[in-house]
Design a binder for this molecule. Structure first.
Ligand code: ADP
Ligand code: MG
Length: 315
């Protein structure tokens, strides 16, 4: 039976609806002219580098069709990398190259492709095939994230990511997203990924859902979801909270991945984060947001903001 069915249950749990999110939080706390900072992954990355926030290393960008002929040369010495549209969303147009075999590039799913295929892909990115509004885009080539082995063991292909909602610089809710066979290696809930609510206080799984229903084990890897505990939790929360100073956006979704060697890294930011994080946590955002709204002066130190949240009786 789908979880969260009746209006009464939603209300009792303080579930934030789409309309209230847009009116009371997004339009109130997010200045529209700041959107381009997060809608464009290249801008986000450059901003993060300046703010000392870890992100996957940028190898190069291609912005004109004329540059596509240089691709082979630009890829010299790079064995593992990702080509993605700066203004893409929902995992569209992301090509993950895990290794090379002679002249060929080996994708994460094992398929081998030639440089011509990569060139065509870049051409499609530049033409805006994957960009938000179909407008011409820029192609980003960045380092491949090697998922932390523990988390990776829970996921079916793909890199698990952790979404944290940051309100006025304070972390309010977290969710781990695990790709499934159904979600085609992507960590998007509406594509069938598993969403695992993570308790902010102890970094442990609290509840999990797939396709709106409660689940106890990952459908493909069969691992017990209740045993999940995220490592480097405080470091991860701090990285997410710093995105407030970095963007000045008051209501923000930060997507973080944990690289085997480099630890927590910012993958992307969202100024209109989805509401299903509440379903994954089996609880609503409203009481938490209201508590944070009472704060008159935002503490400039992310560490203090995290301590404030961890002292709350939300958990
Ligand atoms: N550098 C990378 N290394 C490995 N996988 C990546 C990388 N960048 C993106 N991915 C994969 O693609 C998915 C979507 O990437 P993301 O940058 O969040 O774009 P989108 O806006 O389309 O969601 C990630 O969840 C991950 O599985
Ligand atoms: Mg994403």
């Amino acid at each position: 039976m789908p979880f969260l069915t009746s209006f009464k249950t939603l209300k009792r749990l303080g579930i934030l609806g789409m309309n209230a999110r847009n009116v009371n939080y997004i339009s109130k706390y997010n200045d529209r002219k700041l959107y381009p900072l997060v809608d464009d992954k290249l801008k986000t990355k450059l901003l993060a580098q300046k703010a000392g926030i870890n992100t996957p290393k940028l190898f190069f960008t291609l912005s004109r069709q004329h540059d596509v002929g240089e691709l082979q040369k630009r890829l010299e010495g790079l064995n593992a990398f990702v080509l993605k549209p700066a203004r893409g969303s929902g995992g569209k147009g992301i090509m993950v190259i895990a290794s090379r075999e002679k002249e060929l590039f080996v994708k994460a799913n094992g398929e081998k492709v030639s440089v011509e295929v990569l060139m065509r892909h870049v051409t499609n990115i530049l033409a805006g095939l994957y960009s938000l509004s179909g407008t011409p885009d820029v192609a980003i080539c960045e380092d491949l994230i090697i998922a932390d082995s523990l988390l990776k063991s829970y996921s079916y292909e793909g890199v698990p990511d952790i979404r944290i909602i940051i309100f006025r610089g304070y972390p309010v809710m977290a969710m781990l997203r695990l790709a499934t066979k159904l979600s085609d290696g992507k960590a998007n809930l509406h594509q069938g990924a598993v969403g695992v609510g993570i308790n902010l206080q102890n970094a442990q799984a609290s509840h999990a859902v797939m396709e709106q229903s409660k689940v106890l084990v990952h459908p493909d890897t069969k691992n017990k979801l209740s045993e999940i505990e995220i490592a480097n939790w405080h470091e991860l929360l701090e990285l997410a909270c710093k995105c407030y100073e970095m963007t000045k956006l008051g209501y923000l979704g930060a997507d973080i991945v944990i690289d085997q060697n480099r630890g927590p890294m910012l993958l992307e930011l969202n100024a209109r984060p989805g509401l299903s994080i509440q379903v994954a946590n089996a609880t609503g955002l409203v009481p938490r947001l209201k508590e944070i709204e009472k704060i008159k002066e935002i503490d400039p130190d992310p560490k203090n903001r995290i301590d404030f949240v961890l002292r709350q009786n939300w958990f």
